[in-house]
Ligand binder design. Sequence first.
Ligand code: ATP
Ligand code: MG
Length: 355
Amino acid sequence: MAKKIQAVRGMRDILPDQTPLWQFVENTVRRVFQSYAYREIRTPIPEMTELFKRSIGEVTDIVEKEMYTFEDRNGDSLTLRPEGTAGCVRACMENGLLHNQVQRLWYLGPMFRHERPQKGRYRQFQQIGLETYGMSGPDIDLEVILVTARLWRELGIPGLELQINTLGTPEERKAYRSRLVDYLQAHRDELDDDSLRRLESNPLRILDSKNPDMASLIAGAPSLMDDLGEESRAHFEVITRGLKAAGVEYVVNTRLVRGLDYYSRTVFEWITDLLGAQGTVCAGGRYDGLVEQLGGRATPAIGFGMGVDRVVAVLEELDQQNSDGDPHAYLVLAGEQVQGPGMVLAESLRNALPG
Ligand code: ATP
Ligand code: MG
């Protein structure tokens, strides 16, 4: 008998019962982004594989083992986008949106990663991304974080923890990197296989390890804060001061890293304890080096990616009752002669709905 055809493993149907919650998230995000003058950009789902290799980097989980890569009929290597930043940067460069201007952009759409499927982790998942270009001062870092804080308020999600850190400049990070490698070399026998591999290629990424056996080793590692110069320190302080002034609570987590060279200074994550190991609902940071790395003119940039599947799961956990998909009114039409006037009445009810 023929094998039953099912959805691809790790790829879900979102059924009509669930779509109202998704629409609620999407509509809220649109409204909040618009109130900060962010504009939507839409880019293709497949890109040249080379784009992700050059932007995300060869020595990352994504490029090493998670990409959906295939040859098209011309023999070009294409990849279903695993994240949105690379395509956004490419589109901006290609369309001349970066030169001598400031951009506030956002997008929404499916991303693809061949990971082990589990709650909050899928092979096709929905991401909302926000990216800014052309602004190097700390005020835009603060704005981007405040956008996310407002999102949680508007979505009715309390209790998320904001973790922030600074990675300094590439030069400061280099100094830190060698101190870190010294420390890790001294504890070589405690490193797992992944970490041993990364010791040479990408040691900062070791701090990001999810292996519990590595936790105490990581806790004892030197801190990048000690390698920061005056300017990076001041940049970080404007952000923390601004968060305090805005009443947004945060935790400084010096183990929060992005292991890629193009990152600089600010990184942040929003974390929930409602989804087990898949706790990060939103992750962002400053990536001043990426545009140049992709062959463009050096352009300051900061942005974040948010996992909509996880945000929706949090809302479900919170048992948020959201009435977007429910009828607003019931109209009982008793008999054929009121069908016509009934329709007119229903139309005028719809006209009276807000927004
Ligand atoms: P994680 O540490 O959970 O693997 P990540 O660092 O790989 O996350 P990013 O590349 O920063 O994630 O992507 C931004 C956000 O997209 C994450 O914080 C998360 O909310 C969401 N996300 C990432 N991968 C998946 C996935 N496979 N399924 C669902 N959501 C995801
Ligand atoms: Mg991941």
